[in-house]
Design a protein around this ligand. Structure first.
Ligand code: NDP
Ligand code: 2IT
Length: 449
């Protein structure tokens, strides 16, 4: 394990997020490799940490004033052992190769857990959609797809949304792909309902988070009913996590964006959530406006000088980070423990630092890792692909039923895989082990390719 990690670091010394994801994964996988010498003989680990293909490209585009901008586009095709490459696209100024590689790596094992035939990939660009007009976003998406189209396809690589890529961007990307290829296929997921999208896909990640959390609570004879929850983010994942929590009788106290967070002691109810959806998805405004609309709530602006996030200071039963990676550090984790939180479910990818995860473990917090907890999004993407290829669309209830069954299955699989290695109740180890074994066995079956 140490040799593999050292080689990864040596090869790309600056890719900190990628190292973090690999380190966490290798810590869980040690006992599996010890029990399966064939993995070592066939260098499965050395192969699995190296992307099958990395594409980086120039994205030149023109803003509304006629100025030319140049962004960098990425697609990291990590592993196709169990299916075509699959994973989201992120448009955010922080995007770099390290972040895309960590996300692609996590996606491999997440997709493996879904029970569907999906390989792992991730892509995006260091483009900031914030403050851009629809016309500018359209031109950027078209320029991005003008290169990406030659690398993807419904049986090759199927991108979807992630941070900064939602229904609007998927529409523009799909339109350009269709024009260039002269083919109407399920090459992207998260499409509009009238043109090949699946019901429940917008809701899927957030709903899946709460289905998973409910399974965890269920083992202790508890439900979401009456639970107070801290949520971060106010995008796709956070909105639908909140919606399902409310439906199951939970109380949502906080949400945030990169500028700050709101705390509403009365709870963010269905009406207030509808306001947030309109604010974020239609007006593309800031969460600060919530506190102006609902003056009993409190807004706290992000302070870069603080080494903790005030959002995690509030007392609650559950916490769901739903914004971005490393948003919970060791201090935040301690604040959550001190505030009475007993369950942490990761909506975002790698939102807790390794030190924060150690705090959860030490205090025996029920901790659900991202690659299991947030797998509902890509699960319904897989169901969208199935519907596209058969040209049939399933009713809402059918997609939701399948999503719920798969989240239940992932929960059970994590526990069983952990128990098989004497790590009872360790969801993190279980997710890594179960996700890995399926991919590793497929790689062995298929030889050195
Ligand atoms: P959105 O773009 O819809 O929302 C992202 C939210 O997180 C926004 O509120 C945004 O605030 C906030 N945010 C983003 N970056 C930062 C940052 N650096 N610091 C503080 N806040 C930040 O994205 P999603 O909801 O789709 O994604 C959220 C997380 O969930 C990501 O980690 C993503 O990888 C993960 N995920 C998404 C899935 C999906 O299906 N969409 C599936 C599984 C995981 P602001 O508007 O100010 O930028
Ligand atoms: O991180 C993720 O799982 C996603 N952004 C969703 C990927 C997908 O292909 O639906």
């Amino acid at each position: 394990m140490e040799e593999i990690l050292a080689a990864v670091i040596d090869r790309d010394p600056e890719q900190k997020e990628f190292h973090q994801a690999i380190r966490e994964f290798l810590l869980s996988i040690g006992p599996v490799v010890a029990r399966h010498p064939e993995y070592g003989q066939q260098a499965v680990l050395a192969r699995i940490v190296e992307p099958e293909r990395m594409i980086m490209f120039r994205v030149p585009w023109m803003d509304d004033l006629g100025a030319v901008h140049v962004n960098r586009g990425y697609r990291v095709e990590m592993n196709s052992a169990i299916g075509p490459y699959k994973g989201g696209l992120r448009f955010h100024p922080s995007v770099n190769l390290s972040i895309i590689k960590f996300l692609a790596f996590e996606q491999v094992f997440k997709n493996s857990l879904t029970t569907l035939p999906l390989g792992g990939a991730k892509g995006g660009a260091d483009f900031d959609p914030k403050g851009r007009t629809d016309a500018e976003v359209m031109r950027f998406c078209q320029a991005f797809m003008a290169e990406l189209f030659r690398h993807i396809g419904e049986d090759t690589d199927v991108p979807a949304g992630d941070i900064g890529v939602g229904a609007r961007e998927i529409g523009y990307l799909f339109g350009m792909y269709k024009k260039l290829r002269n083919k109407f296929t399920g090459v992207l997921t998260g499409k509009g309902l009238g043109w090949g999208g699946s019901l429940i896909r917008p809701e899927a990640t957030g709903y899946g988070v709460v289905y998973f959390a409910s399974e965890m609570l269920g083992l202790r004879g508890e439900t979401m009913e009456g639970k107070c929850c801290l949520l971060s983010g106010s995008g796709n994942v956070a909105q639908y996590t909140a919606e399902k929590m409310l439906q199951l009788g939970g109380k949502v106290l906080t949400m945030s964006d990169s500028s700050g967070s709101i705390f509403d002691e009365d709870g963010i109810d269905a009406g207030k959530l509808a306001y947030i959806k309109e604010l974020k998805n239609v007006r593309r405004g800031r969460i600060r406006e919530y506190s102006e609309r609902y003056p009993r709530s409190v807004y706290v602006a992000t302070d870069p000088a603080l080494d903790y996030n005030p959002l995690w200071l509030h007392q609650a039963d559950c916490a769901v980070p739903g914004a971005t990676h490393n948003e919970i550090n060791v201090r935040d984790a301690q604040h959550l423990v001190d505030g009475g939180v007993r369950l942490v479910c990761e909506g975002a990818n790698m939102p807790a630092t390794p030190e924060a995860v150690a705090v959860f473990k030490e205090h025996r917090i029920l901790y659900g890792p991202a690659k299991a907890v947030n797998a509902g999004g890509v699960t319904v993407s897989g169901l969208e692909m199935a519907q596209d290829s058969t040209r049939i669309s399933w009713p809402r209830e059918e997609v939701d039923r399948r999503l719920r069954l798969i989240m239940k299955d992932i929960h059970r699989t994590c526990l069983e895989a952990a128990a098989a290695y004497g790590l009872e109740g360790d969801y993190l180890a279980g997710a890594n082990i179960a996700g890995f074994i399926k991919v590793a066995d497929a790689m062995l079956d298929q030889g050195l390719v």
